[in-house]
Each structure stands twice: as C-alpha cells, then as structure tokens.
Design a protein around this ligand. Structure first.
Ligand SMILES: Cc1cc2nc3c(=O)[nH]c(=O)nc-3n(C[C@H](O)[C@H](O)[C@H](O)COP(=O)(O)O)c2cc1C
Length: 340
C-alpha cells in the first residue's frame, strides 16, 4: 500500500501526494457577487505553496439563491470565470491540482427570499420555509449545474467535485427525510444526483475524474445509514462518479456521538470496500501518523484535512517532515556562489 506522501494517479489526474484540502466556505465579506477575491487568492495559493496535492475549492453555487449566504462563491455567470482562473493557475504553478465543489444549498440557503428544496420541509425553526421545486424546475436545475461545470472547466480545473452531502440540495433529494415528492424524482431519490452526474460527464473531458461528496450516514431518526449510502454511491458511480469523498450528517441538527480523531474513517473504508473505487477520508485526520496509516492500511486513497489546514497553510509540508519526508514547499533556486 502506498503512503500519504506518495503520488496518486487516476485517469488524467496526477497528484504529487495524497493530501487534500477539502472545500471550506470562506464567507468572505468582500465576495457578495459570488466571485473569489484577494482573500480567496491568498487562502488557496498559500495551501498550494504549503504542499497540498489537491485543493478542492469551497462550495460554489449554481445560482445566487443557491448560496448558503450571500458571501459564498458562485459560477452562475461567465463573468466569474477569470477570478477562479487566476487562483487555479497560481495553485497549479506551485504543483497542486485544483478542483471546485459545485453545489446548491436548497433549503439551507439562508439569504434567499424563499429557498427551494425537494419538498416543502423546513430545516428548523430558524430557517425559512422552502418551496418544492416543480418537476420542470428540477430539470432546469440540472441545466444550471451543467453550465457551472462548463465554467469550472473553462477556469482550468483538474477535477470537479459535486456536493451531495451535508443536507444541501442534492442530499435533500437523496434522503427519505426530505424527499416526499410524488414525481419521478421522488420515486427514485438518487435520480436528481444521477442526472447532475450525467450532465457533468457530458461536459467534462473523458480523462478528468469526477468526485462526489456524500454524507454516508444521517444522524437523525428515520434518516439513512451506511447501507443506503453504499447503494447511493453505487448508483452515482455507475452514472459517472470516479471518486467518493466520504463525509456525514448535515440533514438535521444532531451529529455523531463523537467527532474525535478519524471519526468518519470507518465510513470511507466501508464505501471503498463495497465499491472498490478510490475514496477520500475526511474528519479530524490532522494527526499525520493517523492520515498516513489510513492510506497505508488501504482504508482510504486520499486524506483531506480541513481545520488543520485552516490553522496552518503549511500543514502538508509539516506532515511530510513529521513522517520523515522532505518539506513540500516550492524549492528555491539557490545561488551557486554567493553566501548571504
Ligand atoms: C469553515 C468551514 C467551512 C466548510 N465549508 C464546506 C464546504 O464548502 N463544503 C463542504 O463539503 N464541506 C465544508 N466544510 C467541511 C469540511 O470540508 C470538512 O469536511 C470538515 O471540516 C471535517 O474535516 P476536518 O476535521 O479536517 O476539519 C467546512 C468546514 C469548515 C470548518
């Protein structure tokens, strides 16, 4: 089995190591138009300089009212492409590969006048009452995802991640808790996600892997568990997903009994064992030894470190040194003769 520091190759994607920066919304106050700004530039390029093999840019929404807040990023217009391109190119120049997480918040869109969802079911008393999308609107929503995928590709991504986790729109369709529809999207709860995956595959180069983040278990009574998530993952894989990013929860206000080190690793391992495709493990994996063991023991192919990388942009390089490897920061060209 490889180590955390060894390269990862899949289709046309070559990562220099198996360390992933997972998507993390920045809610940047200057980003009201959905375009990444200088904060995002600094945030992402510093983690690229810090040695991460893959950076997945934060939840980026397919329409303005698909954002959690008005300070989230979007790709609903071609005007957004250059700001993403600038960040992606500099990250790539430091040796990182870059993906964008494409999403819609659905009923969790806090600043939308009236959020939309699979069914008209509120997240909680604090959230607004959503309205159910009509069947035609669901089809149109798939088109909005497709347009955002195309823009991500124009911005120069190496991969795309579809956000099917954490109780956002795709998750709302796939969960029996939130999908009470009587149309085809209710009869088959994976159908919305499947159509979005098919849309991604229509516009993505064949060689570009498609990732999807799913919640592998729900923590609410009546919610689904790992067996249901495995069936979902199989459907999504058949439709064109190459790599599953395994998270959990988000459909309700409760969470795991313990969110300690590696708290979602067994879920990643279960999906990998059932599907035999690459998975990304995430969730308190910031102990380098733990992250390395997860890969060496074949429980996950890639490991994402979120809050650890928020605390230190150089987490990847420091992890490499802690594991006996070299620093991963870009190598300077030392002067041949002069001594400082
Ligand atoms: C500030 C912040 C923003 C986040 N935004 C997103 C997001 O945009 N999309 C997503 O799928 N998960 C998001 N997450 C979840 C992380 O990607 C990750 O799954 C979670 O933090 C657990 O990993 P960790 O223990 O390494 O932090 C966010 C987490 C944090 C802390």
């Amino acid at each position: 089995m490889p180590s955390l520091l060894e390269p990862f190759e899949y289709k046309g994607l070559s990562l220099k190591n198996r360390i992933v920066m997972p998507p993390m919304c920045q809610y940047s106050v200057q980003a009201k138009d959905g375009k990444p700004n200088d904060w995002h530039f600094t945030h992402y390029t510093s983690r690229a300089a810090g040695g991460a093999g893959l950076i997945i840019m934060e939840m980026t929404d397919v329409e303005p009212d698909g954002r959690i807040t008005d300070y989230d990023l979007g790709l609903w217009s071609d005007e957004h492409i250059p700001a993403f391109k600038r960040i992606i190119e500099v990250c790539q120049s430091y040796g990182a590969k870059v993906g964008i997480q494409i999403a819609h918040a659905g009923r969790k869109a806090e600043d939308a006048d009236q959020p939309v969802s699979s069914s008209a079911i509120r997240f909680s008393e604090q959230y607004k009452q959503p309205r159910e999308l009509t069947t035609d609107e669901v089809k149109a929503m798939v088109g909005k995802f497709e347009a955002a995928f195309e823009r991500a590709i124009k911005a120069g991504v190496d991969t795309i991640e579809i956000h099917g986790a954490h109780g956002y729109l795709i998750h709302q369709f796939q969960s029996p808790l939130t999908n009470k529809r009587s149309d085809v999207y209710g009869e088959d709860k994976a159908r919305f996600g499947v159509e979005i995956i098919q849309a991604a595959r229509r516009v993505m180069p064949e060689s570009m892997p498609l990732m999807m983040r799913i919640s592998a278990t729900e923590y609410t009574e009546g919610g689904y568990g790992i067996d249901y998530a495995i069936d979902l993952a199989k459907r999504y894989h058949e439709a064109g997903v190459d790599i599953i990013h395994v998270s959990s929860g988000g459909e309700g206000t409760s969470g795991p009994a313990s969110a300690g080190p590696a708290y979602q690793l067994d879920l990643a391992q279960a999906i990998k064992a059932a599907l035999n495709i690459p998975v990304i493990a995430v969730g308190r994996m910031e102990d380098p030894k733990l992250a390395d063991e997860a890969v060496r023991e074949g429980k996950a192919d890639l490991v994402a470190v979120g809050r650890g990388m928020l605390r230190s942009p150089y987490w990847a390089s420091e992890a490499s040194i802690a594991l006996g490897g070299k620093p991963l920061t870009p190598r300077p060209v030392a002067p041949a003769y002069s001594i400082r």
